[in-house]
Ligand binder design. Sequence first.
Ligand SMILES: Cc1cc2nc3c(=O)[nH]c(=O)nc-3n(C[C@H](O)[C@H](O)[C@H](O)COP(=O)(O)OP(=O)(O)OC[C@H]3O[C@@H](n4cnc5c(N)ncnc54)[C@H](O)[C@@H]3O)c2cc1C
Length: 390
Amino acid sequence: MARDFAADINDPIAREIVNNVGVWVDKEVKPVASDFEHADEFPEPLLKGMSDMGLFGIKIPEQYGGLDLSFECYSGVCIELARGWMSLAGIINTHVLVGYAISEYGTDEQKNHYLPLLVEPAIRCALTITEPDAGSDAQAIKTTARRDGDDYVINGQKMWVTNGHRAGVYLLMAKTDPTAQPRHKGITAFLVDHDTPGFTKGKKFDKLGYKGVETTELAFDDARVPSTAVLGGEEGHGFQHIMSALEVGRINVASRGVGLAQAAFDDAIRYAQKREAFGVPIFQHQAQQIRLAEMAVKIRAGRLLTLDAARKKDAGERSDLDAGIAKLFATEMAQEVALDAMRIHGGVSYSKELPLERYYRDAPLMIIAEGTSDIQKIVIARQLVKEYPI
Ligand SMILES: Cc1cc2nc3c(=O)[nH]c(=O)nc-3n(C[C@H](O)[C@H](O)[C@H](O)COP(=O)(O)OP(=O)(O)OC[C@H]3O[C@@H](n4cnc5c(N)ncnc54)[C@H](O)[C@@H]3O)c2cc1C
């Protein structure tokens, strides 16, 4: 019997929900995850399970039909989903993040229109920042939205858009004033519906991992949206709104790192007791005990840092420092633990019959997306230096 990791969740209701999700993951996800992954097939039945548990509305306020649970609960849920299959926590990530942006910054009209649709979900959400020439430097985007009477006309190209083909609404970062200085003052966020004329969905990337969920290109060719599509109704706040929502995304990605690493460790510590080498289970070799102990300590640290960041966000505190610390540590840790679990399994880890190779292929996504590890270090250092005025 593995340890009860939901015990780290402080709130009793959240703990029960995380436990229930964990039970569902063991029963419904673990047996089928590698099949879906190897086929790169969208896991429709698993989405239904997540939807039945209300997970798409986990952060949506009750008045719109959502569960309105804490970030601590959300983090615990994402850890459990990723313990089964990292892609599931990815599918929910942009959905929750966009729902959060609408709840926090949307106009009443936007909240009333979109939030009830996101609960079931009748529509799902995607986030579109990245472009061919702008990733880490998001303020370098070239997509423009030009005011034309009561509308905006959008032109540009986006790439690496997760949920890019199946989403119903896209939170789009565009420049309404390309000459603005500082650059972020010219950036506006739009809620773009999937059937907007002039908006087309392009190719789906063939990825190393993070399969099942599609990551795509998008094109905007004189795509026309009403002025009511501006998130919050006012130009020039898009960068700030999206960066705030990315704190939620970083908690999600950190949680994914913890869940993936936990899955790799669970497999490794069981295998180490079954597999014999030199007449004893390999667990009896001290080198393997040390490796497993180091893995366990790093996972524990990642888990606590991630839940700490989630609790800071629950407390309404600015949490880019804590979310950055958690994301940096938990995702780099997941990459290391996935490889260590392969070392413990030896040659069999290289076979697609075991999920080890999936963990290993899934891990690098997390050190790149939602801000690379280098960018997390910059965020952390820039926040910390403010605490040390000279
Ligand atoms: C599978 C997948 C899914 C994704 N999903 C989405 C999505 O849904 N929506 C979306 O908008 N984007 C998405 N992305 C894009 C992702 O967020 C970007 O890939 C990421 O932010 C890095 O940008 P880039 O790829 O342009 O790399 P670049 O910005 O070109 O960076 C390349 C390298 O330079 C380093 N670097 C850059 N600037 C600095 C600096 N100032 N100091 C030190 N080093 C630096 C980076 O750390 C990195 O090592 C996804 C990406 C992937 C792979």
